[in-house]
Design a protein around this ligand. Structure first.
Ligand code: OFO
Length: 167
């Protein structure tokens, strides 16, 4: 059984994961119409993953006698001046998500809710990976600067960065 405070915190996290999914979807659209097909595919996939993070929370809350609330989501930003700006926004968002997850982890310890604490460990590891991937992408983009050939190769190879890190 979930306490009201844990239930509320998990429901807030549903909104954040849904906002992530929509945010990355809007970024994917921007990338696609600006000729970055590889980045677009990467972001479409990332958007799906965030939806899965949201659904995991929905199921968990319902299974533990709570009620998952489907919230109203934010309208995502859909215009960027560069890939750098876009991935800076991804990193800032992921840092916020990590902070939120950490706060809920702390709450579950205070409430002695070890089942939710255990459930959240998956998110803790996931956030480490997501932040690492974003930082790696930004490092690559910094190296490339405004070199068009470099950006072309980056767009072609971004998917393999993801796969390489997952190993
Ligand atoms: Fe990338 O945020 Fe989900 O967990």
């Amino acid at each position: 059984m979930l306490s009201n405070s844990v239930k509320e915190a998990l429901n807030n996290q549903i909104k954040l994961e849904g906002d992530s999914s929509n945010g990355y979807l809007a970024m994917a659209v921007w990338a696609e119409i600006n000729g970055f097909e590889g980045v677009a595919n990467f972001l479409y996939e990332h958007s799906e993953e965030e939806r899965m993070h949201m659904l995991k929370l929905v199921k968990f809350i319902n299974e533990r006698n709570g009620e998952a609330i489907v919230p109203q989501f934010e309208k995502p930003k859909n215009n960027f001046s560069s890939l750098n700006e876009l991935f800076e926004a991804v990193l800032a968002h992921e840092i916020k998500v990590s902070e939120n997850i950490n706060n809920i982890v702390e709450l579950t310890l205070n409430e002695k809710d070890y089942a939710t604490h255990n459930f959240l460990q998956w998110y803790v590891s996931e956030q480490i990976e997501e932040e690492r991937l974003c930082r790696l992408i930004l490092e690559k983009l910094d190296l490339i600067g405004s070199d068009k050939g470099g950006l072309y190769l980056f767009d072609r190879d971004i998917q393999s960065l993801h796969t390489k890190l997952a190993k």
